[in-house]
Design a protein around this ligand. Structure first.
Ligand code: COA
Length: 374
């Protein structure tokens, strides 16, 4: 039985900061960000958005009635948890119209949790072939103003449905490498992560070098804390990708920034949307990395109908008509975000809702978050 990714949805906030604007404000040569780090823009959560609204938008864009009847498990991968106890997916349950008997869990291991969830979902479907699993990967990569990581921020969510006879791609068992490392972590007392970026790049490369890759692949999608990381990863491979193909798998990442758990799957979406050829029956590599650290290399083979299973127009429209922020607006929006995330009471003002949004964080009441479909 073939098992793998049947649907793939994505959501990024419309609001973004151009890296040229950030470079000017920080008095840095813009080529450092655009060439050295490889980023063009960073998506940022607007006033009514958080990891849950982003996951809701991504899931809502792909789920139909059959999914809602057959999904029996939801796995929400995030390192931007809004609660130490309650799983983020519980807030989404009724808004998505999922059945009452669904199991919902939050999973964590830095940016790798989504891949861990994918393999758990595939195993679940192998045992229960009629079941579907919804995987959500939603994060806000926020390091703080004037930090070394500031140029590598971003926000966005991926939603995937895993099933038997998948329409996008069959997923095959990978090679996992786990080592205890201190490159990136976020202790419970801190609202921003502790990151040693250079050590993280080194750890990523060390784990990737341990992968036994006996054949070459036309494309390898990478986890990308910043787009240039894909170049660094590609150049240490025995069989590197062509520059043309490398640019295809990096394209969306450079437009959105780091979205942690969704990053590898955004690279996959970039390939599906931007490849200049039919990918049917092609097998590609996928490298997932989560600081702390786990690396996993695995392969997927595209189905014949993969293109029909992607909402191309919806995804294209997300990258059009985005709202560019000034540095002042960026400061205001992220100060607002930090303050709201640290509050136990909050009420959204209508002026902070954009037309394209279907879901908003409407209020926080004694710490309980209230979401609305609008
Ligand atoms: N023109 C072109 N390139 C330039 C440049 C210029 N004017 N100025 C600098 N660069 C290059 C540097 O040579 C370097 O390239 P290299 O990595 O190939 O050597 C690159 O730009 C970055 O410069 P660097 O001085 O290393 O930047 P930094 O000290 O500000 O740190 C990161 C960059 C990516 C390490 C930092 O932003 C970070 O820690 N981000 C968090 C990423 C992370 O680890 N996330 C968690 C894991 S998922």
């Amino acid at each position: 039985m073939k098992v793998g990714i049947d649907k793939l949805g994505f959501y990024a906030p419309k609001t973004y900061l151009d890296l040229e604007t950030l470079a000017q404000a920080r008095n840095v040569d813009s080529h450092k960000y655009t060439i050295g780090i490889g980023q063009k823009k960073m998506a940022l959560p607007s006033y009514s958005e958080d990891v849950i609204t982003m996951a809701l938008e991504a899931a809502d864009s792909i789920l139909d009635d059959l999914d809602k009847q057959s999904i029996d498990t939801v796995l929400f991968a995030t390192e931007t948890a809004v609660d130490f106890s309650k799983a983020a997916g519980i807030y989404m349950h009724s808004l998505l119209g999922l059945k009452p008997s669904v199991r919902i869990l939050e999973v964590k291991q830095a940016c790798y949790a989504s891949t861990g969830a994918l393999f758990m979902a595939c195993d679940h479907v192998k045992v229960h072939p009629s079941a579907r699993v919804l995987i959500l990967a939603s994060d806000v990569a926020w390091y703080g103003f004037e930090t070394a990581g500031e140029a590598t921020q971003g926000a966005g969510a991926i939603a995937m449905v895993v099933s038997a006879q998948p329409r996008i791609a069959e997923v095959f068992e990978g090679q996992v490498i786990t080592e205890n490392r201190s490159d990136f972590y976020r202790p419970s007392y801190s609202s921003i992560p502790v990151v040693d970026g250079k050590l993280s790049i080194e750890s990523y490369k060390t784990l990737l070098k341990k992968v036994e890759m006996k054949v070459s692949f036309p494309y390898i999608c990478f986890h990308m804390p910043f787009a240039k990381m894909a170049n660094k990863a590609n150049e240490i491979l025995e069989f590197p990708m062509s520059d043309e193909n490398l640019n295809i798998i990096k394209d969306y990442g450079s437009e959105i920034g780091n979205i942690y758990n969704g990053s590898l799957y955004l690279s996959l979406l970039s390939l599906i949307m931007k490849a200049n050829e039919d990918l049917s029956q092609q097998t590609i590599g996928m490298f997932s990395y989560g600081s702390g650290a786990i690396g996993e290399f695995f392969t997927i083979t595209f189905s014949n109908d993969y293109n029909k299973a992607i909402h191309r127009k919806h995804i294209d429209s997300m990258f059009e008509n985005r709202i560019s922020l000034s540095i002042k607006q960026y400061h205001h929006m992220m100060e607002f975000y930090q303050e709201r995330e640290a509050s136990s009471d909050f009420l959204l003002e209508d002026k902070y809702v954009y037309d394209h949004q279907k879901f908003v964080l409407h209020a926080i009441s004694k710490g309980h978050r209230e979401y609305k479909r609008i």
